[in-house]
Design a protein around this ligand. Structure first.
Ligand SMILES: [Zn+2]
Length: 390
């Protein structure tokens, strides 16, 4: 029996390096005399998440020892499983930044070149891009979006050190973006002890709804925490407000009130398949989740990963969150319900199963979207136009 009261932060304590307002004002004034860098956008997102505890126990960008430990052993130096190095690099073209010294305090600038955080540089080091790509993503093929970024958008010099947040990022989904501290307070206020987290990056299908609701049927679960990853967009991605609006429609229309919290997680999507599934589970544990839904090919891209490797990795590493593993879900016309191969005996001819890629194509061509797998409210949101980044 599960007696946990909300998920303990990973490593035991939630990192909180969000500066109180007076101190933040003071630091902001000091940034005028600091070297400032505008890092690649992935690192802007990560800075905020380090400071607000989403990546606990990391309290800063990793140093060379931690980097090596992650790529060699999938663990932090203290032994805790961790699969994706969280680094920040100096933009290669930024000549001034190359003079940054260890021990220096520097300002981190957002996409509008405004300071939002401070980095205490504890180490400046070179790292192997090839090693990073090969171990975290299992490939050096630059048709993989994150591997492309490592080779072409990440700088070659990394900086390690603690991050302190001066102010929150101004995000497009700011009204949905909650910190781990805030979700924990919210779950507590609702009296939830066991919370199941759901990771996604697309508008909801009824297949997604199905596995969320099956999870909610479990008497051990008090609430569902839906947290789409909404960060930097690549061509062909749904725009952030579209994903959140579609989810809001479904949550309002088809879920009991007080059973669901909907929030966005603004970071860059890591398509590392199993390693990303583990990473995303750890992050949700920091937000207070005790359980974590793992569907088929979670955080996969193309054919880079075995679709069920994301299930198996939870047998290899115990990160203190219970995985709820689901097979591929579809609508079956013969069963007249949602099902998986665990519950339906019919052949594929009875199954309605449409990939996100196919759905986007149909949308583009103005074709009618299938009502078996999309709620009419979602179809309406998707048909409003300007929903995909071209
Ligand atoms: Zn069936």
């Amino acid at each position: 029996m599960n007696m946990r009261i909300l998920g303990e932060p990973y490593g035991g304590a939630l990192v909180d390096q969000v500066l109180p307002s007076e101190e933040a004002d003071q630091k902001l004034r000091e940034t005028k005399d600091m070297t400032g860098i505008q890092p690649f956008i992935d690192f802007i997102y990560d800075s905020e998440k380090i400071a607000n505890g989403a990546y606990s126990p990391l309290d800063g960008f990793v140093d060379s020892t931690t980097f090596e430990s992650i790529v060699k052993n999938n663990r932090l130096p203290n032994g805790l499983p961790w699969t994706i190095p969280i680094i920040i690099t100096i933009p290669n073209e930024d000549e001034k930044a190359k003079e940054i010294k260890e021990g220096e305090e520097i300002a981190l600038l957002d996409w509008d070149k405004r300071p939002f955080a401070i980095l205490n540089v504890s180490e400046k080091f070179q790292y192997s891009k090839e090693n990073f790509a090969k171990t975290a993503y299992g490939t050096t093929d630059t048709s993989h979006p994150n591997v492309y970024d490592i080779f072409y958008n990440y700088g070659s010099t990394a900086l390690a050190g603690k991050v302190k947040l001066i102010r929150r990022l101004e995000l497009p989904t700011v009204k949905y973006e909650l910190s781990p501290k805030e979700t924990r307070e919210l779950f507590k206020a609702k009296g939830w002890k066991n919370v199941v987290a759901y990771q996604c990056r697309n508008p909801p299908h009824t297949a997604h709804e199905y596995i969320q609701k099956v999870s909610l049927e479990n008497s051990e679960i008090d609430g569902l925490f839906i947290q789409p990853v909404i960060g930097r967009l690549k061509k062909g991605d749904y725009k952030p407000h579209v994903i959140m609006e579609a989810y809001k429609q479904v949550v309002d229309g088809y879920y009991p009130k007080d059973k669901v919290v909907l929030s966005s997680l603004s970071i860059t999507m890591r398509y590392a398949g199993p390693k990303a599934a583990l990473f995303y589970a750890i992050v949700r544990k920091n937000y207070g989740a005790t359980h974590y839904i793992v569907g088929r090919d979670q955080a996969g891209v193309g054919k880079f990963y075995d679709p069920y490797a994301c299930h198996k990795i939870f047998d290899e590493f115990d990160v203190g969150i219970t995985p709820l593993r689901y097979k591929e879900t579809f609508y079956c016309r013969a069963c007249r319900s949602m099902a998986t191969e665990n519950t339906c005996p019919h052949t594929q001819e009875s199954h309605v199963l449409i990939s996100q890629t196919k759905m986007r194509e149909m949308l583009k061509k103005g074709m009618e979207l299938p009502t078996e797998i999309l709620r009419p409210e979602v179809i309406k949101v998707l048909n409003q136009g300007d929903v995909i980044l071209e």
